[in-house]
Design a protein around this ligand. Structure first.
Ligand SMILES: C[S@@+](CC[C@H](N)C(=O)[O-])C[C@H]1O[C@@H](n2cnc3c(N)ncnc32)[C@H](O)[C@@H]1O
Length: 200
């Protein structure tokens, strides 16, 4: 067991409720692409409980090796090595063929142009009827779903003006533009959502 692995308490809190949904949504064998893997806690938890899929972690080149310790420690054979992928760079064609995609807590960290690039890239990589699960906080009609999300949004925008909670209407319009239709919008603990997009 490696010591001092990167650790996110939020991942520990949300991994079980997210897995419950993913187990229903990713029933077929195949490869799941993860965008913005972070520490790797999600990758290890989901791959460990979904043995019929191959998990493909990716992250921005600055963070792509962050997940390495959790993956190595897991000894799971259904997680690929993390790939450096900046959604803006468009190296989507170099990725392995996928049948689904997942990303958590990335849309409010990315600038809008990065969210656009993520949707275009995922839509291009998914097969017809493939699913993209996007987890995180979102606003509705410009309204936050809780006081804590409003405070979180303000703190993000104060840290960096390009960050902030995205509005569902903007994301839905982007989905429509890229051929990803919003099929489900699940309420999740701690004022988060799991948005399920299907490639048309
Ligand atoms: C708040 S962390 C979320 C990490 C993990 N998914 C989680 O839920 O804990 C945001 C992640 O988005 C990634 N990210 C930000 N901009 C990116 C980009 N342009 N391309 C790919 N990943 C990006 C960061 O490197 C980071 O790992």
């Amino acid at each position: 067991m490696q010591k001092d692995k990167p650790f996110s308490q939020a991942c520990e809190n949300n991994k079980a409720p997210i897995l419950e949904k993913l187990a229903e949504l990713f029933k077929q064998p195949g490869t799941i692409l993860e965008i913005g893997t972070g520490t790797g806690q999600h990758a290890v938890h989901f791959a460990g409980h979904l043995p019929h899929v191959v998990w493909q972690p990716t992250d921005h080149p600055q963070n792509a090796q962050l997940a390495r310790a959790w993956i190595d420690d897991s000894h799971l054979t259904n997680i690929n090595s993390p790939i450096a992928l900046n959604v803006l760079d468009g190296k989507w064609a170099d990725l392995p063929a996928i049948h689904g995609a997942f990303s958590a807590n990335t849309a409010h960290i990315m600038a809008w142009e990065e969210v656009e690039a993520m949707f275009h890239g995922v839509a291009g990589a998914l097969p017809k009827d493939g699913i993209f699960c996007l987890y995180g906080p979102f606003s509705y009609g410009g309204q936050h779903t809780s006081e804590s999300n409003a405070r979180f949004d303000l703190s993000l925008r104060t840290q960096a003006p390009h960050m902030g909670i995205q509005d569902i209407e903007d994301i839905k319009a982007l989905g429509a533009e890229t051929g990803l239709a919003l099929e489900e919008d699940f309420e999740m603990p701690a004022n988060n959502r799991l948005l399920v997009w299907r490639k048309s």
